[in-house]
Design a protein around this ligand. Structure first.
Ligand SMILES: Nc1ncnc2c1ncn2[C@@H]1O[C@H](COP(=O)(O)OP(=O)(O)OP(=O)(O)O)[C@@H](O)[C@H]1O
Length: 234
């Protein structure tokens, strides 16, 4: 389970997030939705211990990320701008991450198989297409076989096959009892996979709950999103 409670963060005079709170439950895909600059990445970075909040707490599986001895065994994450060294071979990149988290080396090959990259395991990351890089990022997130996965804009730049693959993967993880938190701009894709949604705008939560409840009264998630985030856009 992911729990975020009263989290605020200001950069200079700019408020990135203000009193953000929500939970992401096991067995469900929770979509974090919001326009550019609404605070999605800041929220996820706080959750993953990269950014320190001014106030509030964020926990994964009941602990703050920073307090986890081997975080990748609890939570796997794909962040928007996390890039492996281009000269490194994919399998070496994963082996290096595994070692830092006390994960057996054999997992590197296993997760490469799981994401369909076994034939490109020894290729250098710089030769990878965008879709292959996303798969490699997901492989890294799966290394510690965590119950919780956090994906920041995983569908960006992917072709329809890649989008479907990520959607199926999220569904499978949630159906197996895992907790999945995903940020995305792709309303239709989220609508087809998310069980719960959190709508952020202007750094604040404008709506959260079961997707069906949020969409109720609107023709689609997209319409709900535009209506519920309109106030912040003005
Ligand atoms: N390190 C930083 N320094 C200064 N301002 C920042 C920093 N990180 C985020 N911000 C600001 O905080 C606000 C929220 O940014 P954030 O990246 O969390 O939004 P986002 O919803 O992830 O946007 P996008 O969809 O464009 O990635 C923005 O106004 C952004 O400019």
């Amino acid at each position: 389970m992911i729990s975020i409670d009263g989290v605020s963060k200001t950069y200079g005079k700019a408020r990135a997030v203000e009193n953000v709170g929500f939970t992401a439950e096991p067995g469900a895909v929770t979509g974090l939705i919001g326009p550019n600059g609404s605070g999605k990445s800041t929220t996820l970075r706080i959750l993953l211990g990269i950014t320190r909040p001014d106030t509030g707490t964020a926990t994964v599986g009941g602990s703050r990320y920073r307090d986890l001895a081997f975080p990748l065994r609890t939570v796997g994450a794909l962040l928007d701008n996390a890039a492996p060294l281009p000269e490194r071979r994919a399998v070496d990149h994963l082996t290096w991450i595994a070692r830092s988290n006390g994960i057996p080396k054999v997992r590197a090959r296993e997760v490469l198989d799981a994401v369909g990259l076994s034939r490109a395991a020894k290729d250098r990351v710089k030769s990878y297409s965008l879709g292959m890089r996303q798969r490699l990022g997901i492989a890294a997130a799966l290394l510690g076989d965590p119950d919780i996965i956090v994906l920041d804009e995983p569908m960006n730049g992917l072709d329809p096959e890649g989008i479907r693959w990520i959607r199926d993967l999220m569904r499978e993880r949630a159906d197996a009892g895992g907790t999945v938190l995903v940020s995305s701009h792709f309303m239709k894709e989220l609508e087809s996979v998310a069980d719960h949604a959190v709508l952020l705008a202007g750094g604040r939560v404008r709506a959260s709950g079961a997707l069906g409840d949020i969409v109720a009264g609107y023709p689609s998630l997209e319409e709900a999103y535009f209506d519920l985030t309109r106030e912040a856009a003005r």
